[in-house]
Design a protein around this ligand. Structure first.
Ligand code: NAP
Length: 308
């Protein structure tokens, strides 16, 4: 069985930053990534709030630069695949990968989060047939068409703005009468002639034969229902953690996000978490990078204590 000093699970901003700090501390790092390095950042058209880029930077460019920086160092072993299970041990924790098993003294869990589903009738059946969770992936399918976006957070606002450059019209459906997302996005959304906000409304059902045709809405204040004719619907109602593979011993909050102390350590010795998987209220590229740096730094110290 292979042994590594430390494994980093997830190649998004948090994982790549943790790996960078560990490599610079001259540790051998196993980086486990499901697809290609970058994480959800790759699905963001433009990032305007990552310091150092006054004109903004595309998610792809930023992810590429993060990955290139890590590649410069010796000691990086990349494994493309999924971690199926982790067994907590005394000296070593055991990672079960798809076709192999490795032992590590420490690990940084930075496996991020995925889009939440609404869970209403028609959503599952019409996913990929008009229903999407990613504007940058699917936006072009709806060029000059009418679509709905659902949600009121940063993602819903930012992605509606992106889609407005492609589609004919957007109904932005939000369950309250106030957005949650950043003020600067709110201002841009409200000033955008292609975006019509439908306040106080929830989706009850998605309808369509071969593909999405209608969204059934309910006004939560007066109970009235209505239908909107759309060819696409983008659901942006937040995220849920990719934490299913973690051992039950690791403490999580009620939604499955991993609890850590301010040093990014979980309740289990040698297991740290960083980025969107962590229980916190500010999920940004900048905070993921901060978490990753903190986790990398503290794991390096932890490994040094073990060496002594
Ligand atoms: P979020 O901030 O959790 O917002 C989710 C939105 O969806 C809220 O407006 C919420 O309504 C609504 N919602 C939740 N469940 C719903 C349901 N069942 N039916 C209808 N509406 C529902 O999620 P997010 O916008 O995906 O953002 C996730 C994190 O990433 C946040 O920390 C965000 O700041 C960050 N992010 C940042 C940027 C950026 O800075 N550029 C971009 C994207 C995301 P309520 O408001 O009523 O709760």
């Amino acid at each position: 069985m292979d042994k590594f000093e430390v494994a980093v699970i997830g190649g998004g901003p948090a994982g790549l930053t943790a790996a960078l700090y560990l490599l610079r501390a001259r540790r051998k790092v196993l980086l486990v990534e499901k697809l290609s390095p970058g994480g959800q950042v790759l699905l963001t058209e433009k990032i305007e709030n990552y310091p150092g880029f006054p004109e903004g930077i595309t998610g792809f460019e930023l992810a590429d630069a993060f990955a290139a920086q890590v590649e410069k160092y010796e000691g990086l072993h990349k494994h493309f695949g999924e971690v199926k299970k982790i067994e907590v041990g005394d000296k070593y924790h055991t990672l079960h990968l798809e076709e192999s098993t490795v032992q590590v003294k420490a690990l940084v869990v930075a496996s991020g989060a995925r889009w939440r589903k609404l869970g209403v009738p028609g959503e599952q059946e019409l996913a990929g047939k008009g229903i999407s969770y990613c504007a940058i992936c699917d936006g072009n399918f709806f060029r000059d068409q009418v679509v709905a976006c659902i949600g009121g957070g940063d993602t819903a606002l930012e992605e509606s703005l992106y889609l407005s450059k492609i589609v004919k019209k957007i109904y932005l459906i939000h369950r309250r009468d106030k957005f949650r997302g950043t003020k600067i996005y709110q201002e841009k959304v409200l000033a955008n002639p292609k975006i019509e906000v439908i306040w106080d409304s929830v989706v009850e059902e998605f309808k369509g034969q071969e593909s999405l045709e209608k969204v059934v809405l309910k006004n939560v204040k007066n109970g009235n229902t209505s239908e909107l004719e759309v060819s696409g619907a983008f659901i942006f109602i937040g995220v849920e953690p990719n934490s299913e593979f973690l051992p039950p011993e690791v403490k999580k909050d009620e939604r499955g996000f991993v609890l850590t102390d301010s040093e990014m350590q979980t309740n289990i010795k040698g297991i740290y978490a960083a980025g969107d998987i962590r229980a916190k209220n500010c999920r940004q590229v900048s905070t993921a990078v901060g978490d990753g740096a903190c986790a990398g730094f503290n794991v390096a110290n932890y490994l040094e204590q073990l060496d002594d």
